[in-house]
Design a protein around this ligand. Sequence first.
Ligand SMILES: *Cc1c(COP(=O)(O)O)cnc(C)c1O
Length: 375
Amino acid sequence: MSAADAFIAALRPEVRDLPAYNAGASAERVREQFGVSRVAKLASNENPRGASPLVREALQRAVEEGVALYPDPSCSALREAIGATLDVEPARILFGNGSEDLLSVAAQTFLSPADEVVTVTPSFGLHVIYPQLAGARVRAVPMRNLRFDVDALCEALTPRTRMLLVSNPSNPVGAALSGDEFERLLSAVAPGTLIVWDEAYFEYARVDPSYAASLPILEQSHSPWLVLRTFSKAYGLAGLRIGYGMASDARLADLMNRVRTPFNINRLAQCAALAAWSDTAYVADSVQHAIRERERMRAALTAMGYACAPSLANFLFFDAREDADALAQRLMRAGVIVKPWHEPGFTRCVRVSTGSREDNDLFIETLGRVRSARH
Ligand SMILES: *Cc1c(COP(=O)(O)O)cnc(C)c1O
């Protein structure tokens, strides 16, 4: 046994056995590896139009001012802006290096070894990885017919549940809970459970008439909660890494602020997010574009005979009726990157983001060509 073998064998099992996050292939790699000139990257739910033009101006100004000084550790300007728009007390707002950072900080702050976490499957990989790293036991309730199984979720919740962690709308499925379902779920939550409500796709969902706004419902509940949102999706800032959260109580935010690294949001990200936040018309336009394209893609998938979940987000999840990895490989050779699902029970499912009109056309046309001949 080498020294490194022995060293690794002595580490916490949570670290040794931690699953890796599946970030997917980059456009550059696919271009090089398969020699395709055109790549449609439809695997990470980014905004194909990029960020508001105001972001470019803000970044240029920030670069001229220089980056020698540390950023504001409390993101004061952005905190004030978000607090004022959402009517949330600034001390209850949190910032993370992407909302994934806030997921990590929440797990480190609120979970102890052997704590129980209830989530769903299929789900966002980090909803399982971070709790596991903290030593928690994750109970993942399967979605049923591509909808949240509220009865099963209520049954899974016990007084020992430390955290209920759900993405609404669901990533990868796109489905969201109705107001009634959400209230029913909340009524099954014990007093010792923190509700972590990941709303990475809030900007897309909120314009759907069926969407139940969670903040007013949570504000009425007696449970502690944390809502997470991000600048990576509708705001088009995934490359800069910034997300925000709101806690039910300033004391929860204060605890997380002590656990996080002090300068977790860099200077450029703070400037860009403030500019992006101010350009509400740009975000609204991006959302409308995504919804139009999403419904066009859904119609095309349905016409090809695929079962495709209704989605309130900027992606679709469909049953490929063949091994998802194999289909994704064939699409990738033709320059189309999608996300094949790997969780047990969902390995024939594929998630595809809504991209530009041209990218979506390439996806539909390529899928028609490379899908299994059985269809
Ligand atoms: C994309 C995504 C995030 C992470 O977003 P970042 O802010 O870029 O870290 C978090 N949760 C869900 C469900 C997501 O889909």
